[in-house]
Write a protein that binds this ligand. Structure first.
Ligand code: HEM
Length: 397
């Protein structure tokens, strides 16, 4: 059996329940959301420890703010990892599952790595107000474990792209590796591309922080201006570094891909240039530019996520694999249920975000009755519960 046949035989014989292109779009969008929060976690947890060791009240405030944000961003990065996991499992199942089995111990281990990272991040957040130097160890351990999680995710994603090497990895030293105890592949420029971006995005996060809290009566505006300025500096410096790493990654790709002439890559270049120009202008007034910078960064991450998918198509195309050829076994019912839950989720999460946004911006109690999504999110939730019970009853009877 050759590799294309092997990949075909590893696909789900039931086929996919809806058009694979829809799953592909959802994979790209949700991966972009996942990696944005991964970036906030990596950059933010580093900054929480870095600022802890610096002197001065502003650094102390910043360390506390980032220590708190890290616990929330880590939860969001993990939750938002589930969505691309679902979609990659549906359309790239031969690649994803095989790679997971090849490094099974690491994939099971990542759960414990993340639980421990979260516990340490929380301890650091709770204890950092003591100011004792050894407390920083919790933050440092947490940061190291989060980077370890990134190493595992990167290795598994990269192994998945190389079916030609799977057999050799499975036959470790002429005996079958039943434990999945090794990570087999690591590509430094690709890995760094996801890590360096953390500091650019965290810079934008600090600009947004200055913009958001500016309205609050109890916040020190001098401190906010200082944090915004540092954020803008970080954002521009690390965006330049990110571009350098991006070029390095591109040069390390197989020459047969001709990636630098790919139309998706060429479309992404002007976005990166505009982002850089806006970041240079933002240095004079970081707060004013916080929203345009955040929007441009989101677009850039989305473009990066799309390019990552184009790259996967090139890798898998070498073995005649295309998600468009996946057997189609359309199930309108389950797809409608999924999309209805998705829309409902967006409305409810939208409502929660608007509540948190309004409450965080004022030190005084505020009136939330004007929020329009409130009624909708309650009705949609009731409708969804009734629908799920109804489906359960129909299936059971
Ligand atoms: C803080 C912990 C995490 C970090 C730092 C992290 C980091 C990363 C990175 C850097 C990548 C890209 C790797 C590459 O393409 O080379 C990635 C991909 C991915 N991550 Fe995470 N991740 C974390 C947690 C999770 C969790 C808990 C899940 C699942 C519940 C998850 C699901 C995924 C999936 C499915 C992909 C690949 C999607 C695809 O095939 O396109 N991640 N992650």
């Amino acid at each position: 059996m050759n590799i294309p046949e092997m990949l075909k035989s590893l696909q789900d014989p039931m086929g996919v329940p809806f058009y694979p292109q829809v799953f592909r779009i959802l994979l790209v969008v949700t991966f972009a959301l996942h990696i944005i929060f991964v970036n906030f976690v990596i950059g933010g947890s580093f900054m929480s420890v870095y600022a802890y060791f610096r002197h001065g009240a502003f650094y102390k405030n910043l360390s506390k703010a980032f220590a708190k944000a890290t616990t929330i961003n880590l939860s969001l990065a993990i939750v938002l990892g589930v969505a691309p996991l679902l979609f990659t499992q549906v359309i790239y199942d031969p690649f994803w599952y095989t790679s997971n089995v090849l490094s099974a111990s690491w994939m099971v281990g990542i759960v414990f790595v993340l639980m421990t990272a979260f516990a340490f991040a929380y301890l650091f957040y709770l204890k950092s107000s003591t100011g004792k130097r050894h407390i920083a160890l919790w933050g440092i351990f947490s940061f190291i474990l989060i980077v370890l999680a990134a190493v595992i995710m990167h290795a598994v994603s990269y192994q998945a792209l190389q079916p030609g090497k799977w057999l050799a990895w499975y036959m470790n030293n002429n005996s079958v590796d039943l434990y999945g105890a090794h990570l087999h592949a690591f590509q430094l420029p690709r890995f760094l591309h996801f890590i360096v971006a953390s500091f650019a995005l965290t810079g934008a996060f600090m600009m947004l922080y200055a913009w958001y809290f500016w309205e609050r009566e109890d916040m020190d505006r001098e401190y906010l201006a200082w944090a915004g300025k540092m954020g803008a500096r970080m954002a521009v410096d690390f965006t330049v570094l990110q571009m350098v790493v991006g070029v390095w990654w591109m040069l390390s790709l197989p020459a047969t891909f001709h990636f630098y002439t790919n139309y998706m890559f060429l479309t992404g270049v002007p976005f990166a240039v505009v982002l850089l120009l806006v970041l240079i202008r933002a240095q004079s007034d970081p707060r004013k530019y916080a929203l345009p910078v955040a929007a441009l960064m989101a677009v850039t991450v989305f473009a990066m996520s799309s390019l990552r998918e184009v790259l996967r198509m090139l890798y898998t195309g070498k073995y005649d694999y295309s998600v468009s050829n996946y057997t189609l076994n359309i199930s309108y019912g389950s797809t409608a249920l999924f999309l209805a839950s998705f829309v409902m989720g967006i409305v409810i999460v939208g409502y929660m975000i608007s509540v948190v946004f309004k409450m965080g911006r004022s030190a005084k109690p505020i009136d939330l009755s004007s929020l329009k999504l409130r009624t909708w999110s309650v009705y949609l939730m009731i409708a969804w519960i009734l629908m799920m019970i109804g489906i359960g009853v129909v299936i059971a009877s």
